[in-house]
Ligand binder design. Structure first.
Ligand code: SF4
Ligand code: SF4
Length: 136
């Protein structure tokens, strides 16, 4: 069975990110698409990527990453909406490049689908009441 997941990799400073990710393709026949890469103020490397392949190889690839000291999180753990703050104003709908927000035509309520999020971060500043939060 083939799987495709968006994950966040946290690289300790000593690890060379690109070489490790390339081994996922070479040794485990996985396809990866880097969605975002940056370094935190603590100098931890962060890569947001979409990883696809056969479930068995995917699991092996994840095991390999963990053994090399990379911490892995699912993307949906990182971008969340604070439901108490959201006023359903809709400002995020046009700014989100992946269509993660949708307005219900009847209720006018805005829904957020974290599975569609590609971690661009645009909604964080665009949301007037600061309802969108990122947790790394
Ligand atoms: S911009 Fe913020 S407050 Fe407005 S609908 Fe989107 S998440 Fe809710
Ligand atoms: S981070 Fe980017 S892709 Fe994710 S919900 Fe916000 S605007 Fe959309």
């Amino acid at each position: 069975m083939a799987v495709s997941r968006k994950i966040v990799l946290h690289f300790p400073r000593r690890i060379v990110e690109r070489a490790i990710v390339c081994r996922l393709a070479k040794d485990y026949d996985l396809e990866f698409n880097i969605l975002k890469a940056f370094v935190t103020p603590e100098e931890e490397g962060l890569l947001v990527l979409e990883l696809s392949g056969e479930q068995k190889e995917y699991d092996k690839g994840i095991k390999y990453l963990t053994e090399t000291g990379v911490r892995i999180e699912s993307l949906s753990q990182n971008f969340i909406r604070n439901e108490e703050r959201c006023t359903h104003c809709g400002a995020c709908i046009t700014i989100c490049p992946s269509g993660a927000f949708e307005v219900d035509p009847k209720t006018r309520l805005v829904s957020f689908d974290d599975e569609k999020c590609v971690a661009c971060g645009l909604c964080i500043k665009a949301c007037p009441p600061r309802a969108m939060e990122v947790h790394f």
